[in-house]
Design a protein around this ligand. Structure first.
Ligand code: NAD
Ligand code: DAU
Length: 380
């Protein structure tokens, strides 16, 4: 295999840290550069176990700083970009859309232009396939209806969905051909960035791939997102703010399975293609919340279901998408990827990790986040 130099943006965040770890460990002959601004969501603690590996380096940089990005690509000879850096929390995007447009749209544009300029100037090393791989979200497709409140059999099952729970909440799924219909400032900014990426292929011939993944869960997720926030709250017996009636459906994938998909697609995906990533694993929020309560209570030796009374229904999220459901059959069929972990197994592993890493949670929730969280929920 060829030596390569890959810039992974957002590598100090949740999914990025799993991708960096996987690449650093699996490809000792690659140079992996973690490019991250270290916003509230980025934390180098997430990579403590690999920070001294000889093929890993960290560069603190704002992806919107085009000249700095170009200089980095040139000085390090970057021949692959895996772009995860973004503002990612929908609730924050409702409060502060400008930051989302800046990072997610202008930041992506700055990376595209820097890659194009450097790659146009310098021939690719022999045998290396240059690639700009953009990580996007299923939220760009908008929202699906719930057509069967009891749940129906999904078109096919995967390891992720083959546990006790095995339902789809409608017959339509997000496929790669679906037209974009983003509803939140977050998903609108991600959709815009996807369009820019494709335009750089069509206009300038930049070798790009885009993937759109469903909701991820697992270790190192910032505890403003549903699963880590609720695990932390259950542990501390704080209220669980369920938006609306808790009926919204999300499609959950274990984060390491997403990282493995990124590895497969980076190496085997076809240029200019889009791949959807997901495990056919739909859950209503309220059902997942009950599983979280049962799991935390069991692991802490509390009475089963003792903490159900923490569930508190609060004002719904504005423009709250009803249902996400990814059809990942193209990726499974063409590149042979499939999830490795059953959801029940993944959730137990995840809950255990947060309970055993309270220091990490305390560390990331101190300071700026506390103020944000209090202002977010003061009226609820
Ligand atoms: P995250 O919020 O945990 O991490 C984002 C990272 O980007 C942080 O380390 C942050 O410091 C960095 N960053 C933010 N702005 C930056 C800037 N201007 N310059 C450089 N670095 C910057 O995000 P995540 O949940 O790991 O998501 C990663 C990517 O995957 C995002 O592009 C997101 O849209 C996409 N995605 C996430 C999910 C999910 O469920 N979390 C699902 C599908 C797709
Ligand atoms: O689908 C992929 C997307 O998943 C990613 O692109 C986003 O970056 C990621 O944040 C996630 O978006 P969601 O909005 O689905 O995730 P979140 O964890 O914020 O919310 C999951 C569901 O839980 C959603 O229906 C809203 C609900 N919720 C969330 C929070 C934080 C609550 O009911 N209460 C809460 O306090």
């Amino acid at each position: 295999m060829n030596n390569r130099t890959i810039a992974i943006t957002g590598g100090a965040g949740f999914i990025g840290s799993h991708v960096v770890r996987l690449f650093v460990k699996k490809y000792p002959h690659y140079n992996i550069i973690n490019v991250d601004k270290l916003t509230y969501a980025g934390n180098l603690e997430n990579l403590k176990d690999i920070e001294n590996e000889p093929n890993y380096s960290f560069v603190k940089l704002d992806i919107c700083d085009y000249e700095a990005v170009y200089e980095l690509f040139k000085s390090r000879g970057v021949d692959g970009v895996i772009h995860l850096a973004a503002e990612t929390h929908v609730d924050r995007s409702i409060k502060d859309p400008f930051t989302f447009a800046r990072t997610n749209v202008m930041g992506t544009l700055s990376l595209l232009q820097a890659a194009r300029r450097y790659w146009d100037e310098t021939p690719a090393p022999q045998g290396v396939r240059r690639l700009f791989y953009h990580i996007s979200t299923d939220e760009v497709y908008g929202a699906l209806e719930i057509t069967d409140p009891l749940g129906i059999e999904p078109p096919f099952t995967t390891k992720a969905s083959s546990g006790k729970h095995h339902l789809a909440y409608g017959s339509k799924f997000f496929t790669e051909e679906l037209k974009y219909q983003p509803h939140s400032p977050y998903s609108a900014a991600k959709a815009s960035s996807d369009h820019f990426v494709r335009s750089y292929h069509d206009t300038y011939g930049l070798p790009v791939i885009v993937t759109n993944c469903s909701n991820n869960y697992g270790p190192y997720q910032f505890p403003e997102k549903l699963i880590p926030l609720f695990i932390n709250n259950i542990r501390h017996r704080k209220k669980l703010p369920v938006y609306g009636r808790g009926e919204n459906v999300r499609d959950w994938l274990y984060v390491e399975d997403h990282a493995r998909a990124i590895d497969t697609i980076f190496h085997k995906g076809e240029i200019a293609q889009t791949y959807n990533i997901g495990g056919f694993n739909e859950w209503k929020n309220i059902d997942i919340i009950k599983v979280l309560i049962e799991t935390v209570d069991a692991l802490l030796g509390r009475e089963p279901g003792e903490d159900m009374n923490l569930i508190t229904y609060v004002t719904d999220r504005a423009g709250h998408d009803l249902r996400y459901a990814i059809d990942s059959s193209k990726l499974q069929r063409e590149l042979g990827w499939e999830p490795s972990l059953q959801f029940e197994e993944g959730i137990e592993k995840t809950v255990k990790w947060y309970l055993e890493n309270q220091d990490w949670l305390d560390n990331v929730t101190s300071g700026e986040y506390q103020n944000y969280y209090e202002s977010m929920y003061k009226d609820r």
